[in-house]
Write a protein that binds this ligand. Structure first.
Ligand SMILES: [Zn+2]
Length: 310
């Protein structure tokens, strides 16, 4: 794992909801390497760590191994109910990897780029909140027809397209689990997909694997870690990497030793998992061609250059 973590030293863990995920980074002036990423499903609370394994628990555990921990940042839309804020903050603070790290919670008006601190009873850092205010800029608008899945790695950030900022799910290895009706984050994902298909079309889902493709760059840490999944002792990280390894192994003929092959197998596993969601199946039955909906693309870790690989 030490090798997999080399080359990045993020100061923050940022938790963004899917719709304004890319906007959060831009609004707060977060540059490449500043923040690891995790995700909250828009309009839903962060659940207990055991129920939010891929979206939050795994990325938080992974981030805890870096040396600097200035704060955990979470942004809520200004119209979100207080109950969602309260439940989310409670569950963030409960995660063992967050112990002793300030939680910087903000209410945001994305249209005007206005943010306000949220008062809470967990550890805060008022001067750091103030310094983040100084960085705020009005973010570009989003393009709700494009959803990207991208790694939590601080070195990769959502690409900005001419149509606007894509919606983004950022998890370790850009992986989402196979649908399980008994698992909270899966039912939230399904609710998200259901709502997403109801609002606009055509749509596109881009699964972005990262590594050294166009130029020599560090590989995806999650893909590298999955090569030695048995060596991970931390509970949540171990559960996520084991699941990733198991899923990716379905798309490989032999035990791999090349992280680039691992990243591709991982992306294929994520694509298969997306297809397992009931809302995606309903969309398919309603005439959406999944082969025209979901694409795997590659991004160089350091340059952000992307290329389509079909
Ligand atoms: Zn990665």
């Amino acid at each position: 794992m030490e090798h997999a973590r080399s080359g990045q030293e993020p100061e923050f863990l940022i938790i963004s909801s899917i719709h304004p995920s890319a906007q959060d980074l831009q609004m707060l002036g977060m540059l490449q390497g500043d923040a690891s990423h995790s995700t909250r499903v828009t309009g839903h609370p962060i659940l207990h760590s055991s129920e939010y394994l891929f979206l939050f628990s795994g990325p938080a555990a992974y981030n805890s191994h870096f040396p600097r921990h200035a704060g955990v940042i979470i942004a809520f839309d200004e119209n979100e109910p207080q109950s969602i804020i309260n439940e989310s903050l409670y569950n963030i603070a409960e995660h063992p990897s967050i112990d002793g790290i300030p939680i910087l919670a903000f209410l945001v008006n994305y249209e005007d780029g206005i943010i306000h601190s949220i008062e809470h009873d967990y550890l805060r850092d008022a001067s750091l909140e103030e310094s983040l205010y100084q960085r705020v800029v009005v973010p570009l608008p989003i393009d709700p027809s494009c959803l990207i899945l991208l790694c939590s790695d601080s070195r990769v950030q959502p690409p900005v397209f001419p149509e606007g900022m894509p919606l983004a799910i950022q998890t370790l290895g850009a992986h989402i689990p196979r649908y399980d009706k008994n698992h909270g984050e899966c039912t939230q994902f399904d609710a998200f997909f259901k709502e997403w298909f109801s609002i606009c079309s055509p749509k596109q889902i881009l699964i972005i694997k990262h590594g050294g493709f166009v130029v020599e760059c560090p590989h995806c840490s999650a893909a590298e870690a999955s090569i030695n999944a048995n060596a991970i002792s931390e509970r949540f990280l171990s559960e996520v990497i084991s699941a990733i390894t198991s899923d990716a192994s379905r798309f490989e003929d032999e035990l791999r030793d090349d992280p680039k092959d691992g990243a591709l197998a991982l992306a294929k596993a994520t694509e298969a998992n997306i297809r397992s969601y009931p809302a995606i199946e309903v969309a398919r039955r309603n005439g959406i061609d999944l082969d025209e909906l979901i694409f795997i693309i590659a991004m160089d870790t350091l340059t952000g250059r992307i290329l389509e690989i079909g």
